[in-house]
Write a protein that binds this ligand. Structure first.
Ligand code: G
Ligand code: G
Ligand code: MN
Ligand code: NA
Length: 250
């Protein structure tokens, strides 16, 4: 299939775009952060889902230039929002394994911050549990280099990988993102599931913030809040939005 060769040209042809999904306080819905999510609009194929093209980008190595574009674009958009006088929002960027494993990755992040003037404290890097656990010792070193820049680190899709408690405890991370698969199971449980309760308790013990993903109902929101999860994202609050629609429609 042609997808890989189309994708190679997508960035230069300006077919790639970032959408931003708000992350909110579950208590009152106020926005604290946004997650940048890549979108590809091909002139003939239309919108191609990242679920389709990210794996291809990873197999072909195209995720390296594309991922770097995502990082720079997100920082540049964040700097533009600040310059326009909007309140500071953290921006979360998804990082692929191939990017994270590059020895020079922290330098690339630093260059994006410097070139755009976006404050490091407002940048959050999302790493999946799988990415981090591939080689824990090397990951810890890379994460320390990133934390030294002042950025924060979250573990995405938490609960779907195989971290041991002792491994998790040694990671210099700030946030656990509870995978949508677990949030979906909350419906009809009233008190929540033991698994989600365990994840939230674990995060508390390690002094990490939790963000629940894929919240679609009021019921899920209130169960999570009662279990002690403070932040969340999902269609209940907002879908991923074009940059122009994020800040109160401006
Ligand atoms: O936005 P959507 O739910 O369709 O995304 C599908 C998958 O693609 C998710 O796992 C998401 O993390 C991933 N994804 C979206 N944008 C990016 C990106 O900029 N970089 C990487 N590596 N993955 C992304
Ligand atoms: O792997 P990651 O968590 O980065 O993927 C986030 C993906 O989840 C994005 O592609 C986004 O479009 C999608 N998403 C965000 N909120 C919801 C939701 O409430 N329901 C569903 N089904 N998907 C969501
Ligand atoms: Mn994510
Ligand atoms: Na996730």
């Amino acid at each position: 299939f042609q997808l890989a060769s189309y994708l190679r040209r997508a960035a230069e042809l300006q077919e790639l775009e970032l959408h931003y999904q708000p992350v909110v306080f579950l208590e009152d819905g106020s926005v604290v952060a946004v997650e940048a999510l890549l979108r590809w609009r091909h002139p003939h194929l239309g919108w191609v889902s990242p679920a389709h093209f990210i794996p291809i980008a990873e197999e072909t190595g195209l995720i390296l230039p594309i991922g770097e574009w995502v990082l720079r674009e997100a920082c540049s958009q964040g700097a533009a929002w600040l310059a326009a006088g909007h309140p500071p929002l953290r921006i979360a960027v998804n990082v692929a394994s191939l990017q994270f494993e590059r020895p020079e990755f922290a330098q690339i992040v630093q260059a994006c911050l410097q070139e755009t003037g976006f404050p490091a404290e407002l940048l959050e890097l999302e790493l999946t549990e799988r990415t981090v656990m591939r080689n824990v010792d090397e990951s810890v070193g890379q994460m320390r280099a990133l934390r030294n820049l002042g950025v924060s680190i979250s573990i995405d899709d938490f609960g779907t990988g195989y971290s041991s408690l002792s491994q998790l405890a040694q990671l210099p991370i700030n946030i656990l993102k509870i995978d949508r698969a677990f949030v979906t199971q909350l419906a009809g449980t009233s008190g929540g599931t033991p698994l989600v309760q365990a994840i939230i308790n674990l995060a508390g013990a390690l002094q990490l913030t939790t963000i629940a993903e894929g919240i679609e109902s009021e019921e899920e929101r209130s169960i999570l809040l009662n279990l002690g999860c403070t932040l969340g994202q999902g269609y209940l609050f907002a879908k991923p939005l074009p940059a122009g629609d994020v800040m109160g429609g401006k």
